[in-house]
Design a protein around this ligand. Structure first.
Ligand code: SF4
Length: 886
């Protein structure tokens, strides 16, 4: 600690603290204009100047606090200099205030009694009113460069550029005449930091100054960013990032910051409904719940508990998913409960559990800044987990090494030391060859292998035939590229692996993740800060939904049914069925063959999300009772459901989500539930009561549900609501005084002393190209949209990305005589879809990429129903298709 005196006050601060931080800690309000805690201090605006003993003046944001310093912050000289600076800046500032709340610059002018001069500053400042979320008026710019710096230092997008110098200084876009023509990703960080209103958030202009702010967690991806939500007159007006959030540290992406209009969409389904011959009819909650209770009881008494299924939701809270599986087991007496983790990261959980003993990320996002290298495999973080993507980009810009294995040249590939654009479906062959090459180049961590692993010799023998040359042939990349990838990953110490659905949604999804674990073991990267094997979970609470027991063979805490059933019988006071339940993919088949009669799908548009939509439709059509619970009458509800339950969004309820790094964070009610909608947990409890289980589902609030979760889930027992009030905790956290766990498998693995190398041989997918289907189609998300588009499709993100597209390599487009913008017919063995074409150089010849968000396009009519051999996850990433002029 260092001690100093500021304005006659004794202050103690840790070493490395700047004077500005020290004086703020002392409660002093020294003005700043160019400063933002998220940025490197620049000392440009000179407003934060302070006087040291002896009369020397320094900018407090760039000067470290030192022992014995005596500092004056508001001498008459300093204050008059500040006023002079502001007068100079205000001379060319518009007289009119920008709309919305008073800006920090406006407040400073008031404080120092300065009036804007309104002189035109430069002939042609940028103005842009075409963006759906941002308004630009660079006449208000005071050259603090915070927009430029935050775009460079936090987002890594480099959109804003400084042109000229002195009084001709201008801030312009990197390209194009407006924001949408530039490389802007609409994260809004520039508007967030701008102190003058030169860049403004359009929502505030449209909906008035916020009245209340509530801290909650983003409802989109599994990164788990925390945000403050502003409300005025019952409407969400604005979202800002939490500066103290451990994951996003004052940053958000375009979805988290802006895509909230779906909450107030006129398309929200706000009343319970029953389908009649004349169509949907609004009914009371009692009628809807009675109908479902009667329907379920009828199916149970006629066909038994094996004929009913429940699907939990990756968008619902942990508490709600816990109740969904409790409902299936206690009320229905069935283990037929699953969630969308089945079709995304089921292989991840299975592989990590089998190899290391815990089916979750080994490390934390804070390890990104500790890592010296990254292997990003089958994941596109800058689009799908943008805050993680931005952090990786910053780490690489700061010198970390990067290997990208992905069929497409994704944005991160442009920053990579090595990019392997592999043929879809060849992950296992390539990863085995990377392992072979690590051994061949003598880069394995022998001491770690000797002390912490098992099965090494057998693994070495197994890898012998997996030469880079052999894998290169299969994957369409160079053997030297594979060797380089091995070298870059193995030499970076420590190095993190990130993977996404490009790993798991394959016939060998689980085996692919096992291969990644092998690489981490081979290089001593498991149990090491800045290392590990880290899945990027797709939806906000997909980790939580499976972890809370929406899984046919696991109960809450991802504990196997056989070993945990007795414990839950004690907690619930009811028998837990022991018969093996069906996975979601098995339920679909059972529905097709007539043995599954009733399904309750909570927050999951299964029809739009499943591959081979025609087959899914046949299965759903055969159900006697399909209940859909969602914010909107989604495609599943519209075409097949018998009863619709309107659910509240995460902004309308309390609870917790669990992010990709095992962090449990609070979700808080920001507005009252709209219309007749109810929280998922309230709907589940009421239906349970109607079916005779009121006592077992008698909770006053979500805290009571969570406390029951903690009773059964030992690794979460220490995560109380009180403890996560200001910041989430990562499990394992076994008691109230446990600090939570940022790093798994540090000394031993959850599975035991040693982790075993798993030998997974490559099996080509059965989905092969032929003359009739010459292209391999890969599907995925785009930055601006989210999954089935249920939420983002009802926001202005749809302006930024209007519909799905089919991306094709330029040479292939030329051969077919088709161009960007043209609508083409894509035909697979399972169905066809019409998609606008985008000729794109990031695509390899012979492959295609399509997004799947737009219900009108319905890309999943095309995708293959093949499945991961171990978990049944669908092989969305490889479908043979042909493309025709439409
Ligand atoms: Fe939300 Fe994910 Fe974006 Fe964070 S990165 S704001 S969690 S969508």
């Amino acid at each position: 600690m260092v001690s100093l005196v500021i304005d006659d006050r004794s202050v103690q601060v840790p070493e490395g603290t700047t004077l500005l931080q020290a004086l703020r800690r002392a409660g002093l309000d020294v003005p700043t204009l160019c400063h933002d805690d998220r940025l490197k201090p620049s000392g440009a605006c000179r407003l934060c100047m302070v006087e040291l003993e002896g009369g020397r003046e320094v900018s407090s944001c760039t000067t470290p606090a030192a022992e014995g310093m005596r500092v004056r912050t508001a001498t008459p000289g300093l204050e008059s200099q500040r006023k002079l600076m502001l007068q100079l800046l205000a001379e060319t500032h518009p007289v009119e205030e920008p709309p919305g709340p008073k800006t920090p610059f406006g407040k400073l002018l008031d404080r120092y009694g300065v009036t804007p001069g309104g002189k035109p500053r430069r002939p042609a400042s940028l103005k842009d009113a075409t963006h759906p979320y941002l308004r630009i008026d660079m006449d208000r710019c005071v050259d603090c460069f915070r927009c430029v710096r935050i775009c460079d230092e936090v987002q890594g997008q480099f959109v804003w550029r400084v042109w000229n110098r002195g009084d001709r200084t201008e801030i312009r876009l990197d390209q194009g005449a407006n924001l949408q023509g530039s490389s802007c990703v609409s994260c809004g960080a520039c508007a967030d930091t701008c102190p003058t209103g030169a860049i403004l958030d359009q929502h505030v202009l449209d909906r008035d100054t916020p009245a209340t702010w509530t801290r909650t967690t983003c409802p989109y991806c599994g990164t788990g960013c925390e945000m403050d939500v502003a409300v005025q007159n019952g409407q969400i007006v604005q979202v800002r990032p939490r500066m103290d959030a451990p994951v996003n540290k004052g940053h958000l992406c375009v979805k988290g910051r802006y895509a909230h209009a779906f909450v107030h969409s006129s398309e929200r389904a706000l009343h319970p409904m029953i389908r009649t011959e004349a169509g949907w009819k609004n009914v009371t909650w009692d009628e809807a719940l009675d109908t479902v209770a009667r329907g379920l009881q009828g199916v149970l008494s006629e066909s038994g508990p094996g004929s009913v299924g429940v699907l939990g939701s990756a968008r619902a809270t942990n508490e709600e998913n816990y109740l969904a599986q409790k409902f299936a087991r206690v009320v229905l007496g069935s283990n037929n409960v699953d969630c969308c983790a089945r079709v995304c990261h089921g292989p991840t959980a299975a592989a990590l559990k089998a190899t290391l003993g815990t089916g979750a990320a080994t490390n934390s996002f804070d390890d990104i800044e500790r890592a010296c290298g990254f292997l990003v495999c089958g994941a596109n973080p800058t689009e799908n987990h943008p805050i993680v993507g931005a952090r990786i980009k910053q780490a690489v810009l700061a010198g970390a090494r990067l290997v990208v294995i992905d069929p497409r040249e994704i944005e991160l590939a442009r920053y990579a030391d090595v990019h392997l654009p592999i043929r879809p479906g060849t992950n296992v062959a390539v990863l085995n060859a990377v392992a072979n090459s690590i051994l061949e180049q003598g880069l394995a961590d022998e001491a770690y292998i000797r002390t912490r692993t098992a099965g090494f010799e057998e693994y070495v023998a197994f890898l012998e035939p997996w030469t880079p040359e052999r894998a290169a042939d299969l994957a369409g990349v160079s053997a030297e590229g594979i060797r380089q990838a091995a070298r870059v990953y193995a030499e970076a110490d420590p190095a993190m692996i990130f993977h996404g659905l490009g790993m798991t949604e394959h016939r060998q999804g689980t085996e692919g993740v096992e291969c990644l674990v092998n690489l981490a073991l081979l290089t001593g990267n498991v149990g090491k800060p800045g290392g590990g094997e880290n899945p990027l979970r797709g939806q906000n609470n997909v980790q939580g939904s499976a972890h809370m027991g929406c899984e046919p063979s696991h109960l809450a805490g991802y504990t196997p049914l056989e070993s945990a059933a007795a414990l839950y019988e004690e907690i619930w006071g009811r028998p837990v069925p022991r018969e093996r339940g069906m996975t979601w993919t098995e339920m679909l088949e059972a529905s097709h063959d007539g043995s599954l009669k009733a399904l309750w799908a909570i927050g999951y548009d299964v029809y739009l999300s499943n591959p081979d939509a025609n087959r899914t439709a046949e299965s759903l059509r055969k159900l006697d009772l399909l209940v859909v619970q969602d914010l909107f009458l989604n495609e599943t509800a519209r075409d097949f459901a018998h009863v619709f339950f309107p659910a509240s969004s995460s902004f309308e309820k309390d609870g917790t989500f669990m992010n990709s790094e095992r962090r449990v964070q609070r979700v808080r009610k920001c507005i009252e539930p709209l219309g007749d909608s109810l929280s998922d947990w309230e709907i589940i409890c009421t239906l349970a009561a109607k079916m005779g289980f009121a006592k077992e589902f008698d909770y006053h609030d979500v805290r009571a549900i969570w406390n029951e979760v903690r009773k059964g889930w030992k690794a979460g027992a220490g995560i109380s609501y009180e403890r996560i009030e200001s910041q989430g905790l990562q499990w394992p956290c076994t008691s109230e005084d446990h600090p939570g766990t940022t790093l798994l498998h540090e000394k031993t693995f959850s599975i035991g002393e040693r982790a075993t190398f798993i030998r997974s041989d490559y099996l080509p997918t059965t989905e092969t190209t032929t003359e009739a289907f010459p292209f391999l189609l890969n599907t995925g998300r785009t930055l601006f949209q989210f999954n089935a588009g249920t939420m983002t499709g009802r926001t202005s993100n749809a302006v930024l990305r209007r519909t799905d597209t089919l991306d094709m390599a330029p040479g292939d487009a030329e051969t077919l005589g088709i161009r960007t913008g043209e609508t083409v017919r894509v035909v697979s063995r399972y169905g066809e879809a019409l998609l606008p074409l985008r000729v794109d150089e990031s695509i390899q010849p012979g492959t295609l990429f399509a997004t799947f968000h737009d219900p009108k396009v319905f890309t999943n009519r095309l995708t293959s129903p093949n499945r991961d051999r171990q978990t049944g996850a669908f092989e969305y990433k490889v479908t043979a298709v042909r493309v025709e002029k439409a």
